[in-house]
Design a protein around this ligand. Structure first.
Ligand code: ARG
Length: 264
């Protein structure tokens, strides 16, 4: 099925503050390399037949490339992001403005802190929601009321996996892949109950952000270094498309972070 994604070119990308354990401002990052890798991701989507829309990058917002955090869009309804850190606060209104300008009028400015699709992952019949580092659990209830979809809260406990989309991704509308160690004991049990047939990723693949992947149900766009996970996905009949996004990983992001899905 064809997807519609919103992306933001990393024209102002940099690692100049540290708001997660992946970021080292001393070491920085190479913007030219990041742009080249990001262009590769964008053309991967286009080659798969997906539609990619672009939002203009804003100077002074080096993390704006991580479009997933900009909103959550389900059934044409846009639930706006409200960022945890002041460094990224201006991204929330910038993304909401893009949606309004592009004809999405069913939008809501969030009352509670939430980082969009970084912490909300949508399946056919429910939305999985992360909390613990960024998104306030109160936002889970707010999203459920606004979207009319059941939202299941999951608690993240490992700071390397500060967003839900660093620890779990939907394989399709009804199953997921995840790294259990990123979740509290109770949330691991919830995941086992909901998804008895899930793909379980190992720590090596999780720590190259292998779970920050994007599946359209047939193809999985995934960090090249996550080798064991790729084998298992192939074994499950999925077509694996490795991408190189090492420079963006220096800010704690991968393919999914760069991709906000617009669900019509
Ligand atoms: N440096 C960004 C931050 O810490 C990375 C965001 C990654 N996005 C994501 N969807 N996991 O906020």
């Amino acid at each position: 099925m064809t997807r519609h994604y919103l992306m933001c070119r990393p024209d102002h990308f940099a690692v100049e503050y540290a708001i997660n354990p992946w970021m080292d401002p001393e070491a920085g990052a190479d913007r030219e390399v990041a742009i080249r890798q990001w262009e590769g991701l964008k053309s991967t989507y286009e080659d798969l037949g997906h539609r990619v829309s672009l939002i203009d990058p804003v100077e002074g917002l080096p993390d704006m490339v991580f479009a997933a955090n900009g909103a959550l869009v389900v059934g044409g309804r846009v639930y706006g992001a409200r960022f945890t850190h002041p460094e990224r606060a201006a991204e929330g209104p910038a993304y909401l403005e893009w949606f309004t300008a592009n004809g999405y009028h069913a939008s809501r400015e969030a009352e509670f802190t939430n980082e969009g699709e970084g912490d909300f992952l949508t399946l056919d019949h429910l939305v999985l929601a992360g909390t613990g580092f960024r998104t306030d659990v109160a936002a889970h209830g707010e999203a459920q009321e606004f979207l009319g979809r059941p939202v299941v809260s999951l608690r993240l406990v490992d700071p390397r996996f500060y967003h839900l989309d660093t620890a779990l991704f939907p394989l399709n509308g009804h199953n997921v892949a995840y790294f259990p160690g990123a979740f509290s004991v109770g949330s691991q049990e919830v995941l086992r109950n909901l998804f008895p047939d899930a793909v379980i990723a190992n720590e090596d693949d999780a720590t190259v952000l292998g779970l920050n992947a994007v599946s359209d149900g047939t193809h999985v766009v995934i960090n090249a270094e996550a080798t064991d996970l790729q084998l298992e996905l192939k074994r499950r009949g999925l077509e694996v498309i490795p991408v190189e996004l090492s420079e963006l990983r220096k800010a704690g992001g991968g393919p999914k972070c760069c991709t906000l899905e617009i669900r019509g």
